[in-house]
Each structure stands twice: as C-alpha cells, then as structure tokens.
Ligand binder design. Structure first.
Ligand code: S3P
Length: 446
C-alpha cells in the first residue's frame, strides 16, 4: 500500500486569478462547520438509531469521513445537498475491512478516527493525502498507547496509522501538552470504549463540540472549559444535528469586507462558539466594524448574523490568550495585517507550522511575493502593513492559504495568480463563486 493516497482536490495545477474587485455587498451564508460535520457523522455512526444531519459541510474532508464509515458498514443517505441520514450501528457494530481507510486532507478525520478505531475488535489502517501524510500523529498515538491502544506509524510518527483491534482500553487522566481539540476528542472517543474514567485537562480551553455532542447523544459526560471527564460502557442514542455556518469560512469575508473600502456585508447564521471567535476580538482590536445581530441558539450552538462594514485597520500585538480561539484564522489575520496601518506582532502560534501547510512560512512567502514586509519568527511573525502589488503566489495545497491570499489580492495594485488551489474544496466548495457574488475579484485561471 502506498503511504499517501491520491491528492484530494486532485489537480495541483488548479489556479485562481484574483485582483482588486468591487466593495463587498449583500448577504450570504457560508457552508456548514467542518468540525461539527465530522463529529456529527462519527457519533451518528456509533449511535443506536437514525441521526439526521442538516447543514452538513459538503467538503472533501467531511465527505472523506462519511466515506470511511460507509466502508465500515454504516448506511449514510444523502437526501439532499447538505443533509445526511446516518443509520447508526451502535458502538460495536462497525465491520472492519481489509483495505486502507482514506482520510484525504483531514487531520480532524484521521486523529478522531484513531481514537474511535483504537477500541474496535478489528484492525484498521488510516491513510491520507500528501499533506496529511506529513502531519504529526504522535500527539494522539502516545496517549492512546497509554490507554492500551496499539498504533504503528511511519518513522517520525507520521501516517499511515496501523491500528490494532481487539485491545482492552483503560481510561487515563491526561494533560495535553499543546491545546488541541483533535487530541482531546481522540481520547474521549477512545474513552467510550475504555474501562474506567478518561479525564482530559487542557493548557488552554479548545473547541468543545465533541463534549457537547456526546452529551446530546445521551452519553454521561462532565465538562467545563479546559476539562472533560467520561467513563466507558454507556450507549450513544441517535439525535438530530443542525450544523451552524462555519466561523472559519466566514472569517475570510470578515477580513475582506473590513479591508475593501465601501463594503457592507451580512454573514448569516454564523456559528459563534466562543472557542472559535478569537478573530472577531483581534479584528475589533485592529479597528474593525463588525456587529453581531440577532444572536440566538441553533442546534445547541450560539449563532449570530454578522454585519461587517469597511473600517481602516491598524496593526496590533495579537494577545497570546486569543491564539487557540483563532488558530485556523491566522492566514486571514496575516492578510489583514499586511494591509493594515502599522505593525502587527503574532506570538505563541507555533502550531501554525504543523497545519495543512506550515502556515507561517506559506503566508509569509505569499504575502512577500506581493510586496508585504513580513519577518517570520519561530512561533509567529512581525508584519508591517503597506501597499501590495500583483504577482504569482502559491497556496501549497492549503485551502486557507489560497482563500487568504485571494483576500489580500483585493487590495493589490496588479493581478495576482494563486496556484494550487484545488484543496479549497476540502472546507469551502464554491468559495470563488460566493466571493465573486459578494464583489471580490477571484475566478479560476484559464
Ligand atoms: C479541529 C481542531 C483544530 C483545528 C482544526 C479542527 C477540530 O486542530 O485547527 O481545523 O475539529 O477538532 P488542533 O486540534 O490540531 O488544534
């Protein structure tokens, strides 16, 4: 078996042409939340009964997770786009197969699956695309091994993951060395299969979707920010899941409408889980004009409509306490900082180096190619805002880098060619069309 599956998104040559567009106007709803969509399929599959998921992200990452469970014997219907009916097989109803399970580009898929599959009676092998095959997995395999799991990796703790079935798992109490919702969630999912209690402490609270959703599926769990405790041996009971619009996808528009003069854009029903909205706080410190309208709860999650108007931004020192709450939004923040007035300083964000790409290096290279002044540091960057020019940049197959560079391009004096953008479909299929509809200039290169 090869170490890496075919590159999802396929065509590394796919490119966009972007440049100064019109002010962003109107209203739009971005696709469903990636983190919630992954978890809804996973818990639905392991539950007893039928789970209906609405607002499901039709991205390649979340579809890969659904496909893995289909291959393990779970029937999943797609009655309409963004809807899934998951026919749960119960905690012990999955059937192993003698073939690798492909997680595509998705770190969330692979790490959470490692936890769930460590407790099965059968062996499994998890593989991913070229990017995922370079991402560190020891952060999950080590604590899972402490629970009694047996997971072999490639040298350096890299995928594929070979997970041995039939192991008796034992709950542990574990303090995460780095704040990671993926690691926490992997341990909690393994904890469903473990004897005794699994307790996770975090150095900084991370997104708590796994905890909330386990509770919604009827599993006894105790949790508060930075802490979760559950014990094995209960039952997940199917429940419907309404997925909110993904704050991380809304983030690109929050930045674009903030920096393009004359913009006023309404983003509808955006998920506002406080562990996700650090960028909002950072942009407001920079002077952004973003108003939360009609705050409400949908499917147990806080959501709001976000009205964003153009406002001149100034550089800031990003408070380190915000870093985990905006970990996926740094590429967008880099773009904002590159066109803001004055200096921005980012620290305490070394995790960016092990995302779908090394996001400090790829954003620095991309923005520098457009004339920005950026100094990389080991755990962040120093960015002096200024004017941008046109040029040719590379997203290195990283969806968030591609979209963030297209935002920066809206303020460039010349045309920007952004290469290797196919993986945008992992989290935000149709981004270019929605962005163009709002007023941005971004379209597939001929
Ligand atoms: C996610 C957790 C974060 C985030 C990722 C999604 C999740 O990763 O960056 O996009 O759904 O649990 P880490 O756990 O590595 O911080």
């Amino acid at each position: 078996m090869s170490a890496a599956s075919a590159d999802h998104g396929g065509d590394a040559q796919q490119a966009w042409i972007a440049g100064a567009g019109a002010p962003l106007r109107g209203s739009l709803r971005v696709p469903g939340d990636k983190s919630v969509s992954h978890r809804a399929v996973m818990l639905g599959a392991l539950a007893q009964g039928v789970t209906r998921v609405t607002g499901f992200l039709e991205g390649e990452d979340t579809r890969a997770t659904a496909r893995v469970f289909e291959r393990l014997g779970v029937r999943i219907e797609t009655p309409s786009a963004s809807e899934r009916i998951v026919h749960g097989v119960g905690l012990h109803g999955l059937r192993g197969i003698d073939a690798p399970l492909d997680c595509g580009n998705a770190g969330t898929g692979m790490r959470l699956l490692a936890g769930a599959l460590a407790g099965q009676a059968f062996d499994s092998v998890l593989i991913g695309d070229a990017s995922l095959s370079k991402r560190p997995m020891r952060r999950v395999t080590e604590p899972l091994a402490a629970m009694g799991a047996r997971i072999d990796t490639q040298q350096g703790g890299l995928p594929p993951l070979r997970i041995q079935g039939g192991r008796a798992l034992l709950g542990i109490e574990y303090t995460l060395p780095v704040a990671s919702a993926q690691v926490k969630s992997a341990l909690l999912l393994a904890g469903l299969y473990a004897r005794g209690e699994t307790v996770v402490h975090e150095p900084h609270p991370t997104r708590d979707y796994t905890e909330r959703m386990l509770a919604a599926f009827g599993w006894p769990i105790e949790f508060s920010p930075g802490y979760a405790r559950l014990s094995g041996g209960h039952t997940l009971r199917a429940t419907d899941v309404a997925v909110p619009a993904d704050f991380s996808s809304a983030a690109f528009f929050l930045v674009a409408a903030s920096v393009v003069p004359g913009s006023e854009l309404l983003l509808e029903a955006v998920g506002m889980n406080p562990r996700r909205t650090g960028l909002l706080a950072a942009l407001r410190l920079m002077g952004a004009d973003i108003v939360e309208e009609n705050p409400r709860a949908e499917g147990g999650e806080p959501v709001a409509d976000l009205r964003v108007r153009y406002a001149p931004l100034r550089g800031i020192e990003v408070p380190e306490a915000l870093v985990p709450d905006m970990i996926d939004e740094f590429p967008a923040l880099f773009a904002a900082a590159a066109v803001a007035q004055g200096r921005s300083v980012i620290r305490g964000a070394a995790e960016l180096r092990v995302k779908e790409s090394d996001r400090i290096a790829t954003m620095a290279a991309g923005l520098r190619a457009l004339g920005a002044r950026i100094e990389e540091t080991p755990d962040g960057a120093i960015i002096d805002g200024g004017a941008l020019h046109g040029g040719s940049v590379d997203s290195h197959g990283d969806h968030r880098i591609a979209m963030s560079l297209s935002i920066a391009a809206q303020l460039a004096s010349g045309e920007v060619r952004i290469g290797d953008v196919a993986n945008v479909a992992t989290s935000f299929p149709g981004f270019e069309a929605l962005a163009a509809k709002a007023g941005m200039r971004v379209s597939p290169a001929a």
